[in-house]
Write a protein that binds this ligand. Structure first.
Ligand code: FES
Ligand SMILES: [Fe+2]
Length: 459
């Protein structure tokens, strides 16, 4: 029966909120969300992007200049010169800093004023002020910054996937998204869309295996959330578990799984951050992992990964509009939610448990920082490395006569429990150890009752 408040042809009665949920979505200086995000390291550029000129960038609603001194140090300073505000994008890079073109004030990478050449000799003006600057760090072909209180700078987190044993190649990439960061990040907690957006509704975008509807599980981890999509592919079970790491990091498997060939990968194809430039623009910035564990059939395309490009269909707006209407990709679905998705206009459904969990975790973090707490930082194990949980696994576990959805759910859950429980194992041996444990499930009573029975008879 139609809702009397929402009758057919009743668009007239549909309320449309414009509440942006500022606590969760606004990122500028002094906002609760901005203060929270500023307590973490974020990538802001590819190392390869930064040439010998100052590079203007906008991050978390602040206009900044990134540069590399002639002696090789990275600098990230406020764009407006502390003297009379001209942009340091026209600054001249020196051996140890950057010199404003207008009157020659010279800044070090930490913001100290090294010289004020237009002042009389003996002037102590330069000692009385410090230009705004932020710490930087290079890792995995990316330039990171920390924009929070300097006395609270956390250790830089080194995720295990980024130091995966050789041979592994990390290829950095960076994409622009003209919308709020959160709706892009939320995609990491929305695995059901991989069936609909990437196959059932729009035609096969990755592989036909994505069209099998997955059973979903959302598991809280020490880092955030693991979104687990477990599918039946003939006699195989395919587990695709994606890490969402607080506040804005995510990892994913490939778009290559065919569901027919066995695969065991306790690693990721993508590690990416969603970095807000301001309230209505963000970057997807991270690395693609190229190795034979995550991509056993060498289907990655390194030439299609980099600045403004990634080797996965639908992640940018480069296709003609008509093509994007016929088969929209992730970029279209997320940007089309509006400059800032209005969550009060949504109607969350049973597949959105992960979305709600992710929002709750982020909001809790925002409120904790607002109340004076220091956000907890990831736990480190061997050699200071942060273990992560992303996995992509295809194993032969034929369906029995019972409830297959329950089997899929239990299998996905068990695999992820084993992965999470192994976090203290050294990165080089963890994959092998977990593979052994997971393979033992193939013959366990819980997942292969008939196999177990035959084995008992044979024995
Ligand atoms: S405005 Fe930069 S030195 Fe005067
Ligand atoms: Fe997607």
């Amino acid at each position: 029966m139609a809702n009397p408040k929402r009758p057919p042809f009743g668009g007239f009665y549909h309320p449309a909120s414009n509440d942006e949920d500022a606590e969760l979505t606004h990122v500028g200086p002094g906002t609760p969300g901005g203060n929270y995000l500023r307590r973490f390291w974020h990538p802001i550029a590819l190392v390869s992007e930064l040439k010998d000129m100052p590079m203007p960038i906008r991050v978390l609603g602040e206009d900044l200049i990134l540069f590399r001194t002639k002696s090789g140090k990275l600098g990230l300073v406020l764009r407006a010169c502390s003297h009379r505000g001209t942009s340091l994008e026209y600054g001249i890079i020196s051996e140890e800093g950057i010199r404003c073109a207008y009157h020659g004030w010279h800044y070090g990478v930490d913001g100290n004023v090294l010289e004020t050449p237009s002042e009389p000799p003996g002037s102590r003006l330069r000692e009385s002020l410090c230009h705004g600057a932020y710490r930087t760090h290079e890792h995995a072909g990316l330039i990171f910054t920390y924009m929070g209180p300097p006395e609270e700078t956390p250790d830089f987190p080194i995720y295990d996937t980024l130091v995966w044993p050789e041979p592994n190649r990390l290829v950095p990439y960076k994409l622009d998204m003209p919308c709020n960061w959160l709706q892009v990040h939320e995609n990491a907690a929305d695995p059901i869309h991989t069936a609909y957006l990437h196959s059932i509704v729009t035609g096969v975008q990755f592989t036909p295996a994505f069209s099998a509807l997955p059973v979903l599980e959302f598991i809280e981890t020490p880092l955030g959330l693991l979104s687990v999509a477990t599918r039946r592919c003939g006699e195989n079970i395919w587990v695709r578990a994606s890490d969402a790491i607080l506040p804005n990091v995510a990892q994913f498997g490939t778009g290559f799984v065919d569901g027919e060939r066995e695969k065991f990968a306790l690693c990721a194809a993508f590690t990416r951050w969603i970095v807000p430039r301001d309230n209505t623009h963000c970057w997807v910035i991270g690395v693609r992992h190229l190795n034979r564990v995550i991509d056993p059939y060498d289907q990655s395309k390194p030439d299609e990964i980099g600045l403004g490009k990634i080797d996965l269909m639908g992640q940018t707006d480069e296709r003609p509009y008509r093509d994007r209407q016929k088969s929209p990709g992730d970029w279209d679905a997320m940007v089309a939610q509006g400059p800032i998705a209005i969550r009060k206009n949504e109607h969350l459904s049973s597949t959105d448990i992960g979305i709600a969990q992710m929002r709750r975790q982020i909001r809790n973090g925002i409120r904790a920082v607002a109340s004076g707490a220091t956000p907890s930082q990831p736990k480190r194990y061997n050699k200071g490395i942060v273990p992560t949980y992303n996995n992509e696994i295809v194993l032969k576990v034929p369906a029995g006569s019972g409830d297959d959805a329950a089997i899929l759910r239990a299998f996905g859950r068990k695999v992820c429990d084993l992965v999470i429980g192994s976090e203290s194992v050294e990165v080089g041996t963890r994959q092998k150890q977990i593979e052994q444990s997971v393979r033992s499930l193939q013959t366990s009573e819980a997942f292969a009752p008939s196999a177990k029975k035959e084995a008992l008879v044979d024995g």
